[in-house]
Design a binder for this molecule. Structure first.
Ligand SMILES: *Cc1c(COP(=O)(O)O)cnc(C)c1O
Length: 235
């Protein structure tokens, strides 16, 4: 995609976030735009960076590592948003600042074990399967408390909040319900003394609904960088 298109798209997404925040009485500074750059080039990332974008999300470790190394001199905050595989836990723990997709004690422990001691703790979110879809990553609501409790014991991880990839629905009420479900679970944890500040939910098509219901990180790919030909596991 051309530089001009990416810049225009970013401006448009900023406006969508600002408007959605204003409409729900929120301060748009509470909301981080995570630019999802999977399947997109280094040049595309740099175009967004030069326009001020700092948070980038990647789903595939191999692809991400190449970008991270090549962009080492830039102040990019890298977020891992793909499925975690045990044999990639070390690379994830060493190279990312955030991981949004923790959904097992096993993976949490591996990330903790491999997070280098000279780096700040890894920021993690627990992925919740809010639409209760079979075969979907994420814990069920009834598994959440246990996982959160275990993560709290791990010194190299900081539990920042919850993340979900709700099933897309054309019905606004259904989309709303997914975000609300995530928010209720987060509030439950906060009520139990968890110091969390993050709800990672909302993508290109539904960021307005997510922002209205309390999202603090929206993960936007297509609306910034255009359609992806390959590597799409967001559905
Ligand atoms: C790809 C992806 C996104 C971005 O999706 P778009 O619809 O392109 O905005 C967000 N979150 C996750 C977990 C993804 O895999």
């Amino acid at each position: 995609m051309s530089e001009q298109n990416i810049v225009n798209n970013l401006k448009n997404v900023h406006k969508r976030i600002i408007d959605a925040a204003a409409n729900s009485g929120r301060n748009n500074r509470e909301i981080i735009l995570l630019a999802v750059s999977k399947a997109k080039s280094i040049d595309d990332i740099l175009t967004a960076y030069q326009f001020g974008q700092r948070h980038f999300g990647e789903n595939y470790v191999q692809e991400a590592l190449e970008k991270i190394y090549k962009l080492e001199q830039y102040a990019i905050i890298w977020h891992f948003i793909g499925r975690i595989q045990s044999n990639k836990a070390q690379a994830i723990a060493e190279n990312f600042a955030w991981v949004h997709t923790v959904d097992s004690v096993k993976h949490a422990k591996l990330l903790n074990q491999y997070r280098p001691k000279n780096l700040p703790p890894l920021n993690v979110c627990i992925q919740v399967n809010v639409s209760n879809e079979a075969n979907k990553a994420g814990v069920r609501a009834d598994e959440l408390m246990d996982l959160a409790g275990q993560i709290r014991q791990l010194p190299q991880l900081t539990l920042r909040g919850l993340m979900a990839i709700p099933k897309f629905s054309i019905y606004i009420e259904e989309q709303k319900a997914s975000v609300q479900a995530l928010r209720i679970l987060a509030d439950l944890l906060i009520g139990r003394g968890y110091n969390m500040d993050t709800l990672s939910i909302g993508m290109s098509k539904d960021l307005e609904i997510a922002v209205a219901e309390g999202a603090t990180i929206v993960r936007v790919g297509t609306a910034i960088f255009g359609k992806r030909e390959v590597n799409d596991d967001s559905k």
